[in-house]
Design a protein around this ligand. Structure first.
Ligand SMILES: NC(=O)c1ccc[n+]([C@@H]2O[C@H](COP(=O)([O-])OP(=O)(O)OC[C@H]3O[C@@H](n4cnc5c(N)ncnc54)[C@H](OP(=O)(O)O)[C@@H]3O)[C@@H](O)[C@H]2O)c1
Length: 281
């Protein structure tokens, strides 16, 4: 099991990635994101997830520089946004992300969404970036089984990671099994249901047994399911709370109870649901 905030999983290209990190979607540009990253690093986080579309890469980079933690000890992920997809445009977008981050490599670069007609060319650009050593590992996000099957039929380079929405309320078990079978590490986003269901009575009751909050139970449940987590907060006390999940173990019975809470209920608007929306055919 995962013993600490800095415990890592080995990816399919032998690089390593911490099981636990900080998300930054909707972390406002400027001081708010810089503070969140600073507090996270002070609390012992060593993995930060950002993206071009979050508009805060420059703040993530600045906070990392000012933290005094050496670059080599922090795992940084960013992602190519949809309107930059395609081969040349992805290479250009990557270099612009690096500039904003003030870094000379990222640890993980992801195809943010499976854009029809472009996603396979985008993947070729990511392979190039990995070959150049500019991205230590490459992966995808919001890829469903159909997208992965298509990609794997066209490439020899299997994505190291698939970052997808997973919480007790949307568990995507067939996709998770498929990824594990292919050697793709599953990374969850919105594991806290974006804060919408952190008062769920069943999770709160389970949390009482361990002297933990429902949010901590949601995160620990994902970790014990062998899923990487990147909870987002801009509040210091929550950044610390979300990291305080390495001193307890959810019992097998409680894991079973949480596994039974799956409703296949996404927090994303229907147009963004990667399984069913026509946007991602
Ligand atoms: N690849 C993709 O398409 C994709 C999509 C979405 C997200 N992501 C990544 O995944 C990360 C996490 O997902 P997310 O931001 O959507 O959602 P999340 O981590 O499930 O939830 C974040 C929300 O929950 C609140 N929160 C944080 N800790 C809490 C706690 N202990 N108790 C109660 N509420 C709490 C936060 O509020 P405060 O900030 O006000 O504390 C924020 O509103 C993102 O930040 C991003 O890096 C990727």
């Amino acid at each position: 099991m995962k013993h600490s905030m800095t415990s890592t999983v080995t990816l399919n290209n032998k690089t390593t990635m911490p099981w636990f990190g900080l998300g930054t979607f909707l972390s406002p540009v400027g001081e708010t994101t810089q503070n969140a990253v600073r507090w996270a690093l002070e609390a012992g986080y060593r993995h930060i997830d950002t993206a071009r579309i979050y508009d805060n890469e420059q703040d993530v980079g600045q906070a990392i520089i000012e933290s005094g933690v050496s670059r080599g000890n922090i795992f940084v992920t960013t992602k190519v946004w949809n309107d930059d997809q395609g081969y040349e445009t992805t290479l250009k977008a990557f270099d612009e992300s690096l500039k904003r981050l003030k870094m000379d490599y990222v640890d993980l670069y992801l195809v943010h969404w499976p854009v029809p007609g472009l996603r396979n060319e985008t993947w070729k650009a990511l392979i190039k970036l990995q070959d150049l050593g500019k991205a230590k590992a490459i992966g995808v996000s919001n890829f469903m089984i159909k997208h992965l099957e298509e990609l794997l039929s066209k490439t020899d380079v299997v994505p190291a990671v698939n970052q997808i929405e997973i919480s007790p309320f949307i568990q995507r078990k067939p996709l998770v099994e498929y990824c594990k079978k292919c050697g793709i590490v599953v990374e969850s986003y919105s594991t806290l249901s974006r804060g919408k269901r952190t008062s769920d009575e069943r999770l709160t009751a389970i949390g009482h047994k361990y002297d933990k909050t429902a949010a901590q139970v949601m995160l620990r449940w994902a970790l014990q399911s062998e899923i990487v987590i990147i909870p987002k907060s801009v509040h210091k006390e929550r950044i610390i709370e979300n990291a305080n999940i390495f001193d307890f173990e959810i019992s097998a019975a409680d894991m079973t109870a949480i596994n039974a809470m799956d409703e296949n209920c996404s927090i994303m608007p229907p147009a963004w649901e990667p399984e069913t929306s026509d946007q991602w055919k």
